[in-house]
Design a protein around this ligand. Structure first.
Ligand SMILES: Nc1ncnc2c1ncn2[C@@H]1O[C@H](COP(=O)(O)OP(=O)(O)OP(=O)(O)O)[C@@H](O)[C@H]1O
Ligand SMILES: NC(=O)c1ccc[n+]([C@@H]2O[C@H](CO)[C@@H](O)[C@H]2O)c1
Ligand SMILES: [Mg+2]
Length: 195
């Protein structure tokens, strides 16, 4: 059985934190981080607002991300070995791929591949507060959150909903351990118990 799980949602919703916990627990589990597919800085467009447009789909090499997912689908054992994930003999029929990122459900070729799509959210104020504590490879210039990050989040989320993409919303203000248990149980109930 091959299961692809999306851990998506807003910036600073807690996607990477949750993904890292799941990765340690789920059997034969590999991960692909969307943030690893950002294009180089000189290829990022500058908008009329003067900001580099990081939070749009065009800033990511989604074709490369899709190819990486397809490599896992073709041969999850080979993919696991190549990424240093030991294949557990007792669960060698089960393979899990976690896709983690902020625009997972807006790229058409990926949308139908997920067995489950999680979507982490926190309120605007909490998102802005968490983001202000972060250091990205390219630091946020003043005003980026309200001028670009938040409006793009709302735009893509609106499109996702209008397109009827089914997601499981998660409250990112819950404690880390509680979120982890909730999602782990949901995954186990949905898939792993069925094999
Ligand atoms: N459940 C939680 N409760 C409180 N703080 C959390 C929780 N989960 C993560 N955090 C904190 O919030 C910040 C963002 O977490 P994380 O990096 O996991 O989010 P992300 O969604 O991957 O963000 P990014 O947009 O940078 O990819 C970090 O400082 C992290 O320690
Ligand atoms: N990883 C990067 O290269 C990079 C550069 C500039 C901005 N970001 C931010 O990452 C978030 C997604 O995790 C987005 O909100 C980007 O603004 C990432
Ligand atoms: Mg992250």
């Amino acid at each position: 059985m091959k299961v692809i799980i999306g851990v998506g949602g807003m910036t600073n919703g807690g996607k990477t934190t949750l993904t890292n916990s799941l990765l340690k627990t789920l059997p034969n589990c590999c991960v692909i981080h969307q943030d690893d597919f950002f294009k180089p800085q000189d290829q990022i467009a500058v908008g009329e607002d003067g900001f580099k447009q990081w939070d749009v789909l065009e800033s990511l090499d989604m074709e490369a991300m899709l190819s990486t997912v397809q490599a896992w689908v073709r041969n999850p054992c080979k993919f696991a070995r190549a990424h240093g994930v030991p294949v557990q003999p007792a669960a060698s029929d089960t393979h899990v791929l976690l896709l983690e990122g902020f625009l997972l459900y807006s790229y058409r070729p990926l949308v139908d591949l997920y067995s489950r799509r999680y979507f982490l959210t926190v309120p605007y104020e909490e998102c802005k507060r968490r983001r202000s504590t972060r250091n990205y490879q390219v630091p946020d210039p003043p005003g980026l959150f309200d001028g670009h990050v938040w409006p793009m989040y709302q735009k893509y989320k609106g499109e996702m909903e209008a397109n009827g993409v089914e997601v499981v919303y998660l409250d990112g203000t819950k404690a880390r351990g509680e979120l982890f248990q909730q999602v782990l149980q949901d995954i186990q109930n949905s898939f792993l118990n069925h094999c």
